[in-house]
Design a protein around this ligand. Structure first.
Ligand SMILES: [Zn+2]
Length: 228
């Protein structure tokens, strides 16, 4: 029984007979990987779902698919909690999910994990080749994040304090290495080698007000893609 005024947007909750042909499917894309000693393994997935839900509440015709929660996280190998399918498999998953959605007008992957970049770029090239109505959304955190804030730092911790505060261990927040490692070092050596606590950035000044502001900005970015 749905309460009066509630709108059902989760794809998995609906019968096929209620899906309109003009549907846009939002597929949240997260990860299953360490996010420092203070944030949960599923941080990226929770953030992707939040952004998709808030955008879907404001753009008509959107449904939210079950998230892709185990993706490409090889750079976090060595930390407990890492589950990864690698970039090649991830790219195939994204392509096949889009190919299967022939019933929908378009598919938009809402990605919150930087480690999926190679996989999503490759999938995007396939979409272009196949002239498929499938898009990849990336958060643009320029102007929203301090320099070197790559992982489990100010941005992700602030967002989590805003949307899932009970999952943040505020007594365990500690900064990553300074100066931050280069992207080349990260790719070559992995996160564990350059940051023993798994943080790249500084979460110690994170706060819910900043988190709300950042989420609002990211939701606006996604809405601009969905309803230009
Ligand atoms: Zn993350």
């Amino acid at each position: 029984m749905i309460s009066v005024g509630a709108v059902h947007r989760d794809l998995a909750d609906q019968p096929w007979s209620e899906l309109a042909p003009s549907t846009t499917v939002l597929v949240p894309v997260g990860s299953c990987e360490q996010h420092g000693p203070h944030l949960p393994i599923g941080t990226d997935t929770l953030i992707a779902v939040t952004i998709a839900e808030r955008a879907a509440a404001r753009v008509t015709g959107c449904v939210i698919a079950p998230p892709l929660a185990i993706t490409a996280s090889g750079e976090h190998q060595g930390f407990p909690g890492t589950l990864s399918i690698g970039s090649e498999a991830m790219s195939m998953v994204v392509v096949e999910v889009a190919r299967s959605a022939t019933w929908a007008e378009r598919v938009v992957f809402v990605n919150a994990h930087g480690g999926n970049a190679d996989a999503l770029r490759a999938a995007s090239a396939v979409f272009a080749r196949e002239r498929r109505n499938a898009l990849i959304w990336w958060p643009d955190v320029r102007g929203l994040a301090p320099a070197g804030d790559l992982h489990a730092g100010h941005v992700e911790t602030s967002i989590m304090l805003a949307v899932h505060p009970h999952l943040v261990r505020t007594d365990r927040m500690s900064p990553g290495p300074t100066p931050p490692p280069s992207i080349e070092e990260l790719v070559r050596d992995g996160v564990l080698a350059v940051s023993p606590n798994g943080v790249l950035g500084d979460p110690t000044a994170a706060n819910a007000a900043d988190g709300d502001r950042i989420v609002d900005a990211l939701v606006e970015q996604l809405i601009a893609m969905l309803a230009p």
